[in-house]
Design a protein around this ligand. Structure first.
Ligand code: AHR
Length: 641
């Protein structure tokens, strides 16, 4: 007799609905699944780069914020200047003058939000570019949030030319709200690019990434990474758009840029969100390589953010923007004998990064977009015919602009069209069939930004939002022939510095938490399989969802089931077309919470995937799915007797 999965839950619940049948046709996959299908979308919003993934601990290390000492508390005799810069593209520097006053002269850095996170006994690399006309001395101190300064290091500064100093400092305490203080003990010292980085970065890189956050990305096994963002690609103004060429080369000389999201922080009015570009395009490509993800850079099409501005580059003046796209492809893939390929090699990566796709424009709309996209497409096709080009359908998932842009993308021959939907829970449940009748002859879909926005639930990353995304994604999976890429958005948020929620991963200066939404994405990415199998769910109630794939490498059938109803659902899974094979049991990796408001926090990840065995008989499996349940059932197959 076949035992149902979660039979205890079923027995405990008198509200079990009658069984329905999920029939899977395993004879032949109807479409291949793109190995890059499920991925991530990185944007420097919510302190995602500076103050987040990028491991730098000091804000305004280059003193080039509009108010030169933003992030720094000066005391005593401190000046800023830019007349003899160390780095021409970040010209300003600070001057600390010991003029004999008893209180001393110096600066303290406040970190990105409410201090700097330091861990006891961890090593930090303090570096600065300095000069002093006469022998001078500084003291560097680590100060905890109670103002104790148990650690200091004195450093002699000798040399009138700019030069770099490096000191390894070991933190004597753990404190998420520490301060770094620099005193001038003797003489006058000029300093620029003052940096403090943990040595324990992702892969130990000096200009590195915060290890825990990068690890969380790696663990998602993202097939693709879209970067450097959405609106920041466009900028509030064209001048402040993300310019990739400013994000490569020596890190000290990458010019600071105002972040398009330098507004909208709750309880944080003043303007201190800038992009150091320390995490730039080279680092993005490198991270993609680390994770085995396809890079998908997106560039400006010559329109500033259309929500903010009407600024646009005339179509006949787009050449510098088009050159940016062509040069980026050369930077990623070109031989080291080319200008941009050489820069990549000089930065430490002689081998090409293997770029296959490029996005032009983010959330554009109206005629102004296709008329700009067209010359990009012509130029890219002429020089790089293999490159896949991603266009956009605008900020909305339906409506006039969307209906205008899709045929335009088809006319222009875009390979993929980026769709965005931040929508209600009801929308997610009712749109699981969104792609069932999409045009199979046009461009493919890139579901480039989506998230379930549970406004009644405070836009939280709660189980309702994650479960409904999981339910919706069965529809993406069933239509994997037309939806070739999908990335949840946004990715990161600092608990003390966010403008937008929900987000996939939250963190403070020392800790991080993976949301239920993260785990749903991970379950899809880790169990994407290789080919779509046809499914039919007979007599199912509303809000019970399923899809199935085969994994040709392991000969498993992988079923996704989402029970978004309020009752236990029993499902008889019938796998047809196994030919001379039978089911051999397997595993169910699942997430479930009775309370749809359940969230994970920095203190505890209460909702994480769990695993149970599944039994099969012949070609059948019985499942009893508790309410509010999402599961991935991996069924082994064996030769039939
Ligand atoms: O993900 C946050 C923002 O949402 C993106 O920058 C933009 O593309 C969209 O409007």
């Amino acid at each position: 007799m076949l035992k149902p999965l979660f039979s205890l839950a079923l027995a405990a619940c008198s509200l079990a609905a009658p069984a329905q049948t999920l029939t899977i046709d395993a004879a032949k996959a109807t479409a291949d699944i793109n190995p890059a299908m499920y991925g991530i979308f990185f944007e420097d919003i919510n302190l995602a780069a500076d103050g987040g993934l990028y491991a730098e601990l000091l804000k305004n290390r280059s003193f080039d914020f509009p108010q030169p000492l933003t992030g720094w508390r000066p005391f005593g005799n401190v000046e800023t200047d830019d007349t003899h810069p160390a780095y021409p593209r970040n010209p300003r520097y600070v001057r600390l003058i010991n003029d004999g006053r008893r209180s001393g002269s110096g600066i303290e850095n406040e970190g990105f939000r409410n201090g700097i996170g330091l861990k006891k006994d961890a090593d930090y690399r303090f570096t600065a570019t300095v000069r002093a006309a006469a022998p001078a001395k500084i003291r560097v101190e680590m100060i905890d949030s109670r103002n104790n300064n148990p650690m200091h290091r004195d450093i002699d500064i000798d040399g009138a030319e700019w030069h770099k100093i490096t000191e390894l400092l070991r933190a004597p305490f753990t404190d998420a709200h520490s301060t770094l203080r620099i005193f001038c003990l003797k003489g006058t010292v000029e300093m620029d690019h003052v940096s403090l980085m943990p040595t324990d970065t992702w892969r130990g890189r000096e200009n590195g990434l915060r290890r825990d956050l990068a690890q969380a990305l790696f663990d998602l096994q993202p097939g693709v990474m879209r970067f450097p963002g959405g609106c920041i690609v466009e900028g509030n103004t064209l001048a402040s758009r993300y310019q990739w060429k400013n994000s490569v080369g020596p890190v000290e000389n990458r010019p600071l840029n105002e972040n398009r999201w330098n507004y909208g922080f709750k309880n944080h009015f003043y303007s201190d969100y800038f992009q150091s570009y320390g995490l730039g395009f080279f680092e993005f490509f490198q991270l993609c390589e680390d994770m085995g993800s396809e890079p998908l850079p997106v560039l400006s099409c010559g329109l500033a953010c259309q929500f903010e501005s009407k600024e646009r580059v005339p179509v006949d003046s787009l050449q510098p923007f088009i050159d940016d796209a062509l040069d980026l492809i050369e930077f990623a893939n070109g031989p080291v004998t080319t200008k941009w390929g050489k820069l990549r090699a000089d930065m430490g990566h002689a081998a090409p990064f293997g770029l296959k796709m490029i996005g032009i424009g983010n959330e554009q709309w109206g005629k102004v977009y296709p008329e700009r996209l067209e010359p990009f497409i012509k130029a890219i096709r002429a020089k790089y015919p293999e490159m896949k080009i991603v266009g956009t359908s605008g900020p909305n998932a339906e409506g006039k602009e969307f209906d205008y842009l899709w045929p335009e993308m088809k006319r222009l021959g875009a390979d993929l069209v980026d769709e965005h939907y931040y929508r209600s829970p009801e929308w997610f449940l009712s749109h699981a069939n969104r792609y069932d009748n999409y045009d199979r002859k046009g461009p493919k879909v890139f579901a480039g930004e989506y998230a379930c926005h549970d406004k009644k639930g405070g836009l939280a990353n709660n189980w309702r939002s994650a479960l409904y995304e999981a339910a919706f994604m069965t529809g993406i999976e069933r239509n994997a022939d037309v939806v070739r890429l999908a990335t949840y958005a946004p990715l990161f948020a600092h608990v003390d510095g966010w403008q937008w929620k929900p987000d996939m991963i939250w963190y403070d200066n020392l800790r991080m938490t993976r949301t239920p939404n993260y785990y749903v994405q991970q379950l899809y990415a880790q169990n994407k399989g290789t080919g779509v199998l046809r499914t039919a769910l007979a007599d199912a109630p509303a809000h019970l969802y399923a899809s199935a794939v085969e994994d040709s490498r392991t000969r498993e059938i992988v079923v996704k089931v989402a029970n978004a109803t309020d009752t236990v659902q029993t499902v008889r899974v019938q796998v047809n077309g196994l030919k001379r094979r039978a089911l051999d049991g397997g595993l169910c990796i699942y997430m479930q919470a009775d309370d749809l408001a359940t969230e994970n926090s920095l203190d505890a990840e209460t909702l994480v995937p769990r695993t149970r065995p599944v039994q099969a008989a012949g070609t059948e499996v019985q499942l009893a799915l508790p309410k509010h349940f999402f599961g991935v059932v991996r069924l082994r197959t064996k030769a039939a007797k």
